[in-house]
Design a protein around this ligand. Structure first.
Ligand SMILES: Nc1ncnc2c1ncn2[C@@H]1O[C@H](COP(=O)(O)OP(=O)(O)OP(=O)(O)O)[C@@H](O)[C@H]1O
Ligand SMILES: [Mg+2]
Length: 407
């Protein structure tokens, strides 16, 4: 997960009990502190949570409808008891573990389809249950932000949050189950049981993720996602992409403002340069993150990998000159998809990634434009003689994901 709607007024939300007031300690991913969270937007938050329930303190209507998605006025979520979630996961049995991130572990559970009560394994619906680790560096604010954002946002390309649990010191989130896990697992994990993603599937995933971001950016109350990365793009059984983890999301700027000013948080390798340098967060900062993920999909390489040779560790720095050179492009394309795409499609995808990676946020395209370009790329048919070919360079799989907070 990554912080918060309510980061607009985090201090006004005291947890009812618990250790959540204590300073956050370091956990599995490195989070470095950076003070003062402010917003030039100065608008009221969607809602705040008090005493284990969600209370809407929003002034005026924030509801929004678009053809495929909507923002609800209030989170529409089930409140689970800890006992229910314990039972749904058979006491968080290790064999139900799906993965682990900075927030904590994610378990597979079973719930009755109608009333979402615990069900026997194999019956009802499968769900993913994320449990806050007491050592988490992320914690309460992110949990709260997830409930406030994802509980209200509804779109086919955003993961559905079904409910939450706040029982004593236990904080959990219950999501729809995404059968194929994260894009990160498919692109980078060495697992002989996982087929490499094809070119067509990569473009399909890019289109789904772009639709999700475009929905956030185009809504009446713009939402800046702030933590776009391969591990936060989840895939259903048909490889439809859905964006997850709204822990770092923020409302966009209001009125004449071009940006919000905030504590720098995100993930090294994906965060936009202007944001890291100044704390100024633009809607277009998300577009930069999208450009990084698109480059990861084209190259099959991680945004940051300390095990690659010097000069190649930062994918964007290394890749930019190659992306802009039609002849050198083949040197960065993933050998696992060789022969599956036309040169024209690869060049257009590379150029799109480059535009997203512009240093000046104003020069980056909107996510709506990105989506249109991807749909054009998807329609380009493969002509066999046009394939790009190349020798596959060694691909290093060292994991080097670090959460940023200004250094
Ligand atoms: N809804 C879900 N359905 C299926 N698997 C999921 C779901 N949510 C998370 N997972 C699995 O759990 C793993 C950990 O997810 P999590 O969001 O906690 O961490 P992360 O995204 O890897 O890191 P970060 O804390 O930086 O976001 C994911 O990689 C994925 O494999
Ligand atoms: Mg995540």
């Amino acid at each position: 997960m990554g912080l918060c709607f309510c980061s607009l007024c985090p201090s006004s939300i005291p947890p009812s009990s618990s250790s959540f007031n204590k300073p956050l300690s370091s956990g599995s991913t490195s989070t470095v502190g950076f003070s003062a969270t402010t917003s030039s937007a100065g608008r009221s938050q969607f809602s705040e949570i008090t005493s284990g329930s969600i209370e809407d303190t929003t002034e005026g209507s924030l509801s929004f409808h678009s053809p495929n998605g909507e923002i609800l006025e209030r989170p529409n979520l089930k409140v689970f008891s800890f006992v229910d979630l314990k039972s749904a996961t058979r006491n968080f049995r290790p064999d139900t573990l799906l993965g682990e991130g900075g927030f904590g572990r994610v378990y597979k559970g079973w719930l009755d389809e109608k009333n979402l009560t615990p069900a026997k394994p194999g019956s009802g619906i499968m769900v993913a249950i994320k449990k806050l680790n007491s050592e988490s560096t992320q914690g309460f604010q992110e949990w709260q932000s997830e409930v406030n954002f994802l509980g209200r946002l509804s779109h086919p390309n955003l993961v559905k949050l079904l409910g939450y649990c706040w029982d004593d010191e236990e904080l959990l989130l219950v999501y729809e189950f995404m059968a194929k896990g994260s894009l990160e697992n498919h692109l980078f994990r060495r697992n002989p049981n996982i087929e490499p993603l094809s070119w067509n599937t990569r473009i399909k995933i890019a289109i789904g993720a772009a639709r999700g971001l475009a929905f956030l950016h185009d809504s009446e109350k713009q939402v800046i996602y702030r933590d776009f990365k391969a591990s936060n793009i989840l895939l259903d059984g048909s490889f439809n992409a859905k964006i997850s983890d709204f822990g770092l999301a923020k409302l966009g700027p209001s009125g004449e403002q071009s940006h919000v000013t905030t504590r720098v948080m995100g993930t090294y390798g994906y965060a936009a340069p202007e944001y890291i340098a100044t704390g100024h967060l633009y809607v277009k900062s998300d577009v930069y993150g999208f450009g990084v993920v698109l480059l990861e999909m084209l190259s099959g390489m991680r945004a940051l990998d300390r095990t690659r040779p010097p000069g190649q560790q930062n994918l964007v720095e290394w890749g930019k000159p190659l992306l802009s050179n039609k002849k050198k492009l083949k040197n960065i394309m993933d050998g696992k998809i060789e022969g599956q795409y036309s040169q024209k499609a690869a060049i257009q995808a590379a150029q799109l990634s480059l535009k997203c990676l512009e240093n000046d946020p104003k020069q980056r395209p909107s996510m709506k434009d990105v989506l249109e370009s991807l749909e054009i790329i998807e329609a380009i048919q493969v002509k066999s003689k046009n394939h790009i070919s190349r020798h596959q360079p060694p691909i290093h799989h060292g994991i080097a994901r670090h959460r940023v907070v200004k250094v």
